[in-house]
Design a protein around this ligand. Structure first.
Ligand SMILES: [Zn+2]
Length: 229
């Protein structure tokens, strides 16, 4: 008998902690996280036919076509480890991909799109006050975890610096890019009735529990839900 699967899409802008949530949800739900970016890199490395096509598009400065990304995903989810579902982070990025994803669904699947909401101003404040040590990788924060001597690492005395992608304008641009990218997808998923929002400016564990309660365990295979009880 076919068991129903959970197909979960995570959406979230900079600082939403999608990666962290995907990791935690993987453990709770015992379904794999699938990154189409990693799949494509593997295909390219193994020089498969699809990999070579993708590499050609990248070398021409294009984005890898929806057709290829969809094909790679379609093949991946036929693996046995996806029999109870999978988690997607970074896919779909276009309406074409969203439609292709839907074509992989079965009637009894639970398909949920979770958008982790953050407050851009708070994320920007947190990220721009971050200092990292080039020597040992320690992380400081000019607002909370200050180094004892300004600009110098407590542990190894190396110079502290802001990462290039921690600069305010860069982060604002990432928020804009996220909004532009997600807008058409959001309205599409909203119309499908599968979009749910979860507030992300809280400890990661709380966000995870919120997502799990949104998933509403009804319809989830018993094997996968037993740990949550
Ligand atoms: Zn250091």
């Amino acid at each position: 008998m076919n068991k129903s699967r959970i197909i979960l899409v995570l959406l979230g802008g900079p600082g939403a902690g999608k990666g962290t949530q995907a990791q935690a949800l993987m453990r709770y739900l015992e379904i794999p996280q699938i990154s189409t970016g990693n799949l494509l890199r593997a295909e390219i490395k193994q020089k498969t036919e699809t990999g070579c096509e993708a590499e050609k598009q990248i070398s021409e400065g294009k984005l890898v076509s929806d057709e290829i990304v969809n094909r790679v995903l379609g093949n991946r989810v036929r693996n046995g480890d996806c029999r109870y579902g999978w988690i997607l982070d970074g896919y779909p990025r276009t309406l074409n991909q969203a439609v292709a994803l839907q074509s992989l669904l079965r009637p009894r699947d639970k398909f949920v799109v979770i958008e982790i909401d953050v407050e851009p101003e708070l994320v920007i404040e947190r990220m721009t006050s971050r200092l990292t040590c080039a020597g040992c990788g320690s992380v400081y924060n000019t607002a909370s975890v200050k180094p004892l001597r300004e600009g110098v690492c407590d542990k190894c005395s190396s110079e502290l610096s802001r990462r290039a992608d921690d600069h305010e304008e860069v982060i604002r641009e990432r928020f804009r890019a996220y909004r532009d990218l997600t807008l058409p997808l959001r309205s599409y998923f909203l119309r499908l009735g599968v979009l749910r929002n979860v507030y992300g400016m809280r400890p990661a564990e709380e966000v995870t529990l919120d997502i799990l309660s949104v998933l509403d365990l009804e319809g989830v295979p018993v094997e996968n839900s037993v740990k949550l009880v």
